[in-house]
Design a protein around this ligand. Structure first.
Ligand SMILES: [Zn+2]
Length: 263
């Protein structure tokens, strides 16, 4: 048992020079697993290398940047996922971003997101959802498609909506930026601990704005959650660890994927 960072980007160039040290600090901080997410084919190829280097400690999900609206690229990533299925534990991140994408492009973005929702169901893998300034719309689509294995990452919508999603068994991962976000603090207050996971979204969403984030900082998310919920830190670690196992169906820390060995 230990901390699991369920969402970050180790393939980001911010980690090109010192990934070994970043991983070492994460291990020393008590993490038992890191789930890195890729946003393109190139990124996915890079994360496969990272997965092999830190076997049994780093896991991955594969998705496509939500601002990329080319359906040909969507097909390409879907094919990549099928070809590399035994090294992938989730689809994402994918989703909607109404901050960056406006007007008619949002329709294409929704169409692509619909595809990924159905795809994740077909593959029986959890979907990791980005929903910047579009929390309500993303959740409505997930409800409509009857998605079940869902992780809403860095959710910036209303707490009342999050509660409705939690009733359906959806999970919400909390980044270290909770240290400077009243909205995230409210979110934690509103959600049962049974629906909460820890993430960093490294290299972004650090406790201090503009500073590089790293997986060891999940401890900051966990201590804020403990404080808000009025429970011991150990309980947060134990429950969020159990939640991560339940969502991904992976025995984190045991270096073994359910049903398939990491290659
Ligand atoms: Zn992310």
């Amino acid at each position: 048992m230990g901390y699991v960072d369920v969402h970050c980007h180790l393939g980001d160039e911010a980690f090109n020079d010192d990934l070994d040290e970043v991983i070492l600090r994460a291990r020393k901080a008590g993490l038992v697993a890191i789930i890195t997410s890729s946003l393109s084919i190139e990124d996915a190829q890079k994360t496969l290398g990272i997965l092999k280097r830190y076997r049994g400690f780093v896991y991955r999900t594969v998705g496509l940047d939500y601002t990329v609206l080319e359906e040909g690229l969507v097909d390409e990533v879907a094919r990549y996922i099928e070809q590399n299925r035994n090294t992938i534990i989730g689809i994402g991140e994918v989703g909607l971003d109404y901050y960056l994408v406006r007007g008619e492009d949002r329709r294409i973005q929704r169409k692509i997101f619909s595809f990924w929702i159905e795809y994740s169901k077909g593959m029986d893998l959890p979907i990791i959802v980005h929903s910047r300034s579009a929390g309500r719309y993303a959740l409505e689509m997930l409800f409509e498609h009857r998605a079940e294995r869902v992780l809403m990452h860095a959710f910036d919508g209303r707490s009342s909506l999050a509660r409705r999603a939690a009733e359906r068994g959806y999970y919400f991962s909390i980044p270290p930026s909770i240290a400077r976000s009243i909205q995230k603090q409210k979110l934690v207050k509103a959600l049962p601990l049974e629906n909460i996971l820890l993430e960093t979204d490294s290299p972004v969403l650090a406790p201090e704005k503009g500073v590089r984030n790293e997986p060891a900082n999940v401890r900051i998310s966990a201590s804020w959650i403990a404080k808000i919920k009025g429970v011991p830190l150990e309980s947060v670690v134990e429950v969020t660890y159990g939640n991560a196992r339940a969502l991904f169906e992976v025995d984190f820390g045991a270096a073994r994927l359910k049903g398939a060995e990491a290659t």
